[in-house]
Design a protein around this ligand. Structure first.
Ligand code: FEO
Length: 479
C-alpha cells in the first residue's frame, strides 16, 4: 500500500467524518488540528484550520468542494462510505485554490463524467492547475439556479476577488444556508463545529486576523458584496464558510463585522515595530512604547521585533492600529531586510490609508535608514510624521528623550480618515483593478469594445475588468 494511503487510512476516522449540519446537509471536510503554515510557508497558523466541504442529499446528491490534496485519500474513502459515487449528480466548485480543489483530480478520475458547476474564471483556474481533461463544466453567474429536488435550489453568487477572480458563494433555498467559500472563514480548527460553541476570543481574533491578512486587499469588493448580499434579502439562517466555524446563531454578525473591517478597523491601539542589530534601535522602540503608555494610558500599545514574530501577527496589529512607529538601524545604506520585507507586506495588504507613522533608528556613520524607511512607509500608504529619532551609535538619555516627540506625533490627529475610496472625476491616467489588471488608456481594451486611446472617464460604465469582471467602480487610480 502507498504510504500516503496508509497514512490516510489511519486518520480517516479521526479527521473526516460526516457531521450533520441542517436538513440534508452534512460537513465532510478535513479538520486540520496540526496545520502550522498555509500558502506554503507564507502564513502562520496558530490554532489549526479546516477545509470545509459539504454534502447535500436531496433528490439530487451534490458535493460542495473538496479538500487539499494531502488529505485526498481520507476524503475519497470516507465519501465512498457515505454515498455511492456513481449516484452523485454534480459537484459545485466555488473556488479553484488548492486547499479546496486539491482532491478534484482524484474525484474526477473515478467520475470523469461528473458535472462541475463553477464560474467562468474557475474553469481557467482549475484547468490551469490540474490540466485540461475535458471535464463537464457548467459555467454559472450570479442569480443562476440549480434545481436539486424536494423543492430546493442552489442559487449562485459570484464573489470575484473575494479572494480570487474565480470565487463564488452558493445559497441553498429551503434550508437557507449560504456557503460562503473563503469569505467569513477563519484558520481555526473548531471541533465544536459551530461559532456559538467555539471559544469566542479565539474565534473573533482568528476571523479578524484572517480578514486582515487575506481579505483586506480587496476591501472595496467586500463593501460592495456585503451591500449586494444584504440587498438580495436572502433569508440567511446559517453561513457555512470553507475554513473554520459555521455561523449558526445570528449569522449576519460576521457579515456586519466584514462591513466594519472594510470601512474602518482601527481601534485606540498603536503598534511599535522594529528590527535591531546590537539592541540600540530596540531601546528606542521600548522608550517610544513607554512614552505612548505614559501619555495615553488607555491606548493599547504593543511592541514587536520583526525577526521574532510572524509577519501576519504583526500585520493584524497594524490593521487594528491608528498609528505605527517603525524602526531599523542603518545597514548598507538602507534598512534591515526583515524591516524592508515587512513594509513590502504592509504595502501589499493595501490597508486603509492615512494612518500616522513615525520612523526611528540607530546608525554608526552614514545613517540613511530613516530616510529609506520613511519612503517605504509612505509607499505603503502611511502618513509619516516629520518627527523622528535618528540616533548616532547607542542611544543616550537625550536620544531616548526624543521618544516623547514621537509619541506626541502619533497620538496627535490619529483619526485615520480613509481616503481609500476610488478617486472620482475626470482622469486619463492608468487605473488598477483589485485583481492586478491595469487599464492603460493608450491600449484601451479593444477585445471588449474600448478602443486604444480611450481615457478612463470615457470607458463605458458597464465595462468590466477583462480578467476578473469586476465593475469599473472597483478600480483605483494608479499613483
Ligand atoms: Fe481557502 Fe482561497 O482558499
Amino acid at each position: 500500500m502507498h504510504s500516503m494511503q496508509r497514512y490516510g487510512t489511519i486518520l480517516q476516522e479521526v479527521n473526516i467524518m460526516r457531521k450533520h449540519i441542517k436538513g440534508n446537509v452534512s460537513l465532510i471536510g478535513y479538520l486540520d488540528w496540526d496545520l502550522q503554515k498555509f500558502h506554503g510557508d507564507d502564513f502562520t497558523i496558530h490554532n489549526g484550520s479546516s477545509q470545509n466541504a459539504y454534502l447535500i442529499e436531496e433528490e439530487k446528491t451534490i458535493l460542495m468542494d473538496t479538500v487539499w490534496a494531502p488529505h485526498q485519500f481520507e476524503y475519497m474513502e470516507n465519501l465512498k462510505k457515505e454515498v455511492n459515487l456513481a449516484k452523485v449528480d454534480a459537484i459545485v466548485v466555488q473556488h479553484g485554490e488548492c486547499d479546496h480543489s486539491g482532491t478534484l483530480p482524484a474525484l474526477m478520475r473515478e467520475r470523469p463524467d461528473l458535472p462541475i458547476y463553477c464560474t467562468a474564471n474557475a474553469v481557467k483556474s482549475l484547468e490551469g492547475q490540474w490540466g485540461k481533461h475535458g471535464w463537464d463544466f457548467h459555467v454559472v453567474k450570479t442569480g443562476d439556479e440549480l434545481d436539486i429536488g424536494n423543492g430546493k435550489k442552489l442559487v449562485f453568487v459570484e464573489m470575484p476577488m473575494l479572494h480570487w477572480p474565480d470565487s463564488m458563494a452558493t445559497f441553498l433555498t429551503g434550508d437557507n444556508i449560504l456557503f460562503s467559500m473563503d469569505a467569513f472563514g477563519q484558520h481555526y480548527a473548531v471541533g465544536e463545529m459551530y461559532a456559538d460553541l467555539a471559544d469566542q476570543d479565539t474565534l473573533w481574533n482568528e476571523a479578524e486576523r484572517y480578514y486582515a491578512n487575506i481579505v483586506s486587499p480587496f476591501a472595496p469588493m467586500v463593501t460592495k458584496k456585503v451591500k449586494e448580499i444584504t440587498a438580495m434579502n436572502l433569508p440567511i439562517e446559517m453561513i457555512c464558510p470553507s475554513h473554520g466555524a459555521i455561523w449558526r446563531n445570528d449569522p449576519l454578525k460576521i457579515v456586519e463585522a466584514y462591513g466594519k473591517w472594510a470601512a474602518d478597523p482601527t481601534e485606540d491601539r498603536i503598534t511599535v515595530i522594529y528590527g535591531t542589530m546590537w539592541h540600540g534601535t530596540e531601546k528606542l522602540a521600548h522608550a517610544i512604547a513607554d512614552e505612548l503608555s505614559l501619555k495615553s494610558p488607555h491606548t493599547i500599545v504593543k511592541v514587536y521585533n520583526v525577526d521574532h514574530t510572524p509577519k501576519d501577527d504583526i500585520a493584524y496589529e497594524v490593521f487594528r492600529s491608528k498609528a505605527v512607529a517603525i524602526g531599523s538601524p542603518t545597514i548598507l545604506n538602507g534598512v534591515l531586510d526583515s524591516v524592508a520585507a515587512f513594509t513590502y507586506y504592509l504595502k501589499s495588504l493595501k490597508l486603509m490609508k492615512g494612518r500616522k507613522a513615525a520612523v526611528f533608528g540607530c546608525y554608526g556613520w552614514s545613517g540613511e535608514g530613516n530616510k529609506v524607511l520613511r519612503q517605504m512607509m509612505t509607499d505603503a500608504g502611511f502618513d509619516v510624521a516629520d518627527t523622528e529619532i535618528r540616533c548616532s551609535w547607542n542611544p543616550e538619555n537625550d536620544d531616548l528623550a526624543q521618544a516623547a516627540g514621537i509619541a506626541d506625533a502619533l497620538l496627535e490627529g490619529t483619526s485615520a480618515a480613509s481616503d481609500d475610496a476610488p478617486a472620482a472625476g475626470a482622469d486619463s491616467g492608468k487605473w488598477r483593478c483589485p485583481c492586478g489588471y491595469v487599464y492603460d488608456p493608450a491600449k484601451g481594451d479593444p477585445d471588449n469594445g474600448v478602443p486604444a486611446g480611450t481615457p478612463w472617464e470615457k470607458v463605458p460604465d458597464d465595462w468590466t475588468c477583462p480578467v476578473c469582471h469586476l465593475p469599473k467602480s472597483a478600480f483605483r487610480k494608479v499613483d
